[in-house]
Unconditional design. Structure first.
Length: 664
């Protein structure tokens, strides 16, 4: 039986976990795998909770109601205070759409199922993670679900089965197997769902209920195991990154590391244990829960209101703020409740928890009913904020992970039902051009077909996943039945070369071993694009290549809306054209080389329409955001690039009679 003697080293281990998570989320160099801190928390929670349950069961003092009341006392007060504060800050900062989504997050979290919500929101067009102030509560939801189910499961197994420990270990193996399978097949489920995360909590639980050994580890063995455990955790923290398939087998390192540390320091005092037991580490461990609660909302609201990436000074200041808020929450919320200075009785805390759930749940639902209370914003701020929303007509023309694979291709022109003369083929950036394509097609009397799929490079063999490969094959089949003579390729080319602005290489091209290398990505894209253009030219098509619009280093609708709310100027909001040209230098050279080799390959460039003579690529014009986010053009922005499309549509209009005669 595991003793419940207070262990300072476990609080120190909590400090390691929370430091890793916080520094990872704030982008501190070196902590690229800091997300494994959550897995460290899971193992610790499984160990401590099972220790409590099992000790009380052996003493015939265990009560389900008392257990759940203790969990409510430990978790809910600080969580509810944080959620209420986030709702209050969101009133002043958030655009209606995001404030409405915050209300939805609140409602799901008070029902302990926010992980289900965030799992479903992993689509291409859902709000970016740094605009979801309660995203981090997914891990609390997983733990809360575990706390509800596990005491019942442990009681059932231990009272009905002789080899119940073996049965529990079998469940651990099943959960681990599901995690490994889901990482490859359904990564969002692997990350967010309890069945795929339960093995991490069960690893701690198995350690807590392991039969007591009569033979203690030798000091040398304990030192070695303790060092190995900390080494496994640190390898994951410093060696993993956003491209690591996770959790699955990769989570074994932090999980086994925590198990090894707890086990070794239970037997002997070790060097690692003494470091973890220092006053600083224990202090950080004591406030780790509150620190975890507050760090993410501070990061989100800092990102929401900021115009640029965090510099070292701002990053340090915000991390210090999260630490202060975490301490205040621990000192004035967590501790009084845990020490029963407030709502001391079991019935009192459960009733208060129920009321808190009800009040926050109603508040969250009210934001859904009121569409995020747009009346909070001035007309100008609201106009900027609304740019983030795509019209249903545009959304209907694109496929992503949530839409049917056979979503019809959209057609534009004076006779949309007639055969198309131009195929626009690309990812979501092709969809963003719809307002300009629609107007150009109507003005020039030509017909256009749009084939766009979110996150899908229009180059066979370089697709990200089977969905994109299937989509490109579908486009090829359609080409065989359409009298199209011109093809415009549009994509966020830099995404497949370098990943997004946060360094996520999820869509970037990889080498043969699945690793990202910039030079390899550039070579693969160059080879793939040249091969595609050559294939289309041999088939008789004229090829047009669309350069990428400038990518803003912030989210324009939110930044502009916030500036308008503060009555601050927006005229100079944007990015230097030099930065844009530097980012696109490789793809611009590649396009130029391909076009120089064949007069029937032309390049279109939206840069002159989006960047002015002063050298600024503006984010707004005449009170309108030119972007829906940091990379997609808004409808106003798309219409600005009409002159960039003019060479294509002028050429189509000139050749339209010739093509009509050929068709007859």
């Amino acid at each position: 039986m595991t003793s419940l003697v207070y262990r300072r080293d476990i609080d120190g281990l909590r400090a390691v976990a929370v430091i890793a998570v916080v520094l990872f989320h704030f982008g501190v160099p070196g902590f690229s795998g800091g997300f494994v801190g959550v897995d460290v928390f899971f193992v610790i929670s499984g160990y401590l909770i099972t220790s409590i349950i099992w000790r009380q069961r052996e003493a015939a003092r265990f009560s389900f109601v008392e257990f759940w009341a203790r969990r409510a006392r430990r978790i809910l007060p600080a969580l509810f205070v944080m959620m209420a504060a986030v709702l209050a800050v969101g009133w002043f900062l958030m655009a209606p759409k995001d404030y409405e989504e915050l209300g939805r997050s609140v409602r799901y979290q008070v029902m302990f199922v926010s992980n289900l919500l965030f799992m479903r929101q992993e689509g291409y067009f859902d709000a970016a993670s740094d605009l979801k102030p309660l995203l981090h509560t997914w891990s609390l939801a997983v733990e809360e679900q575990f706390y509800i189910v596990f005491p019942l499961l442990l009681t059932l197994l231990s009272s009905r089965f002789k080899h119940w420990r073996l049965a529990l270990f079998s469940l651990l193996l099943v959960s681990f197997g599901l995690s490994v399978w889901a990482v490859a097949q359904h990564p969002e489920k692997a990350f967010f769902l309890l069945p795929m995360r339960a093995w991490e909590l069960l690893a701690g639980a198995m350690l807590a209920i392991a039969p007591a050994s009569q033979k203690r580890l030798t000091p040398a063995a304990a030192q070695a195991i303790s060092l190995l455990g900390m080494g496994l955790i640190l390898v994951a923290v410093f060696g993993y990154d956003n491209s690591t398939p996770f959790p699955g087998a990769a989570a074994l390192l932090p999980v086994l590391g925590v198990v090894a540390l707890i086990w070794a320091n239970e037997h002997q005092s070790t060097w690692v244990g003494r470091v973890l037991s220092t006053r600083l580490m224990v202090g950080l461990g004591l406030i780790s829960y509150s620190w975890y609660l507050w760090h993410w909302p501070v990061f989100v609201f800092g990102s929401y209101a900021g115009a640029e990436e965090f510099g070292p000074v701002l990053t340090g200041g915000l991390i210090a703020l999260t630490l202060i808020l975490g301490y205040l929450s621990w000192r004035f919320v967590e501790t009084p409740f845990r020490e029963r200075r407030i709502l001391a009785g079991r019935r009192q805390i459960l009733v208060a928890a129920g009321l808190g759930i009800l009040v926050l749940g109603i508040a969250g639902q009210a934001l859904r009913w009121t569409d995020g209370l747009p009346s909070r914003l001035s007309e100008q701020a609201l106009q900027y904020a609304r740019a983030s929303e795509w019209r249903p007509e545009l959304m209907a023309c694109i496929t992503d992970d949530k839409s049917p694979a056979d979503t019809p291709f959209c057609r534009y022109g004076q006779s949309p039902a007639a055969p198309a003369q131009l195929l626009v083929w690309g990812d979501s950036h092709a969809t963003a051009l719809i307002p300009a394509l629609e107007e150009s097609a109507r003005q020039h009397g030509v017909n256009v077909m749009l084939a766009s799929s979110a996150g899908c490079l229009p180059l066979e063999g370089l697709e990200h996943g089977t969905r994109c490969a299937d989509y490109n094959r579908r486009v090829e089949r359609t080409l065989a039945t359409e009298p199209v003579r011109d093809i415009l390729l549009v994509a966020r080319w830099s995404l497949y070369l370098y990943g997004d602005a946060k360094g996520d290489h999820g869509h970037a091209l990889r080498d043969g071993n699945g690793h990202y290398d910039r030079a390899v990505a550039e070579q693969r894209l160059a080879d793939g694009l040249r091969a595609k253009v050559e294939q289309l030219r041999k088939a008789g098509y004229r090829v047009w290549l669309m350069k990428e619009a400038p990518l803003q280093p912030f989210n324009p609708p939110y930044r502009l809306s916030r500036l308008a709310m503060l009555h601050q100027p927006t005229a100079d909001v944007g990015m230097p054209v030099e930065d844009h040209l530097r980012q696109k230098a490789f793809i611009n050279r590649l396009f130029a080389d391909i076009a120089a080799a064949d007069s029937n390959v032309q390049v279109l460039d939206p840069t002159p329409q989006l960047c002015d003579a002063s050298g600024l690529c503006r984010a707004e014009q005449d009170g309108h955001s030119l972007y829906t986010d940091d990379n997609h053009l808004s409808e106003i922005g798309a219409r600005l690039v009409l002159p960039a499309l003019a060479p294509l549509f002028d050429d189509l209009a000139l050749r339209a009679p010739e093509q009509a005669n050929t068709a007859r």
